[in-house]
Design a protein around this ligand. Structure first.
Ligand code: HEC
Length: 278
């Protein structure tokens, strides 16, 4: 099944008034009525529009947000960073940290597991903008991840911060949901990965070419696919008139195997420390 979401065009974002006291404490109460009200307005203006999440989160072309189980911090991260490879954009350049938390607070009121009073207070310190200072293994891991002297490197397909290319999933979001052991296993056995929206896809053209990789966009005009059979992956555009078929290759992953011949065990450990610190 192919997802065809229309891109969510950010409309003008409302400016949410946050009282200075809240901003100084750098924590937010997800059950605060004014916050939820502000979040609801932001949601109607930015997220319900067009064909995205629908009014009150009842799906349109994007996934329904209502009646699902969410962890507030995951919602915050996905909204903040977007989901690479899908039409869900990153909102961090459009909405402030406080505004994204307001939208999160509102969506949590629609969730199957609403916020409980005991967990309502979230610290937004960790979300403060500005580059994070990495130290030790995590810093070394960052260098290895983007190491230009290696022909094969993670940064060719994964984007973190303002570096790398977004062919594969946003690992800052992924790392928040996984343990260091999970991440090591992912790197050692990418063949077992099934990240939603990043399945291996095969695009066949009318003149007999077959391109394998990650689908970047599909519309009546044609498809865009990252060809991952070459490194760095190349973004190819196939117009509808040249297109024969698009087919998911279930059971195989576009992330290459064999990283143990590129990075030593200790280096993979450092890369994982870097991902965990993001
Ligand atoms: C050729 C592009 C490419 C390169 C290079 C690459 N990856 Fe990936 N990676 C992907 C794709 C595509 C996926 C999603 C795969 C799937 O679900 O089948 C993925 C998935 C992952 C996941 C799991 C994400 C999830 O949603 O569960 C992790 C962790 C990961 N990569 C880490 C790395 C690290 C670390 C490196 C370097 C050692 C690396 N990748 C190199 C393309 C790449």
């Amino acid at each position: 099944m192919m997802r065809v979401w229309l891109p969510c065009v950010p409309l003008v974002a409302a400016v949410l008034a946050i009282s200075p006291a809240v901003a100084e404490e750098r924590s937010i109460n997800l059950l605060d009525d004014a916050l939820i009200e502000g979040g609801s307005e932001l949601f109607q203006m930015n997220c319900a529009v067009g064909y995205c999440h629908g009014s009150e989160g009842r799906s349109a072309r994007g996934p329904a947000l209502r009646d699902r189980e969410w962890a507030a911090r995951d919602l915050y991260r996905i909204t903040h960073d977007g989901l690479s490879g899908t039409s869900m954009p990153a909102w961090k350049s459009v909405l402030s940290t406080e505004e994204i938390w307001a939208v999160t607070a509102y969506i949590m009121t629609l969730a199957r597991n609403p916020v409980e009073a005991a967990n309502a207070l979230v610290s937004i310190e960790a979300d403060a903008e500005g580059p994070r200072e990495l130290t030790g293994a995590a810093k070394h891991g960052e260098e290895l991840f983007f190491d230009l002297t290696r022909e094969r490197r993670c940064g060719l397909c994964h984007r973190l911060g303002d570096k790398g290319t977004a062919v594969g999933p946003n690992l800052a979001v992924v790392a928040g949901e996984k343990t260091a052991e999970d991440l090591k296993r992912d790197i050692r056995q990418p063949g077992k990965l099934r990240a939603f929206g990043f399945e291996l896809t095969e695009v066949s053209t009318r003149d007999g070419e077959v391109i394998r990789g990650v689908l970047a966009d599909q519309s009546p005009a044609g498809v865009k696919i990252y060809d991952t059979s070459v490194l760095p992956p190349v973004l190819r555009t196939v117009p509808a008139r040249a297109l024969r078929r698009v087919r998911a290759r279930n059971g195989r992953s576009p992330m290459p195997e064999g990283w143990e011949s590129v990075y030593s065990d200790a280096e993979i450990g450092a890369i994982v420390a870097f991902l965990m610190a993001m």
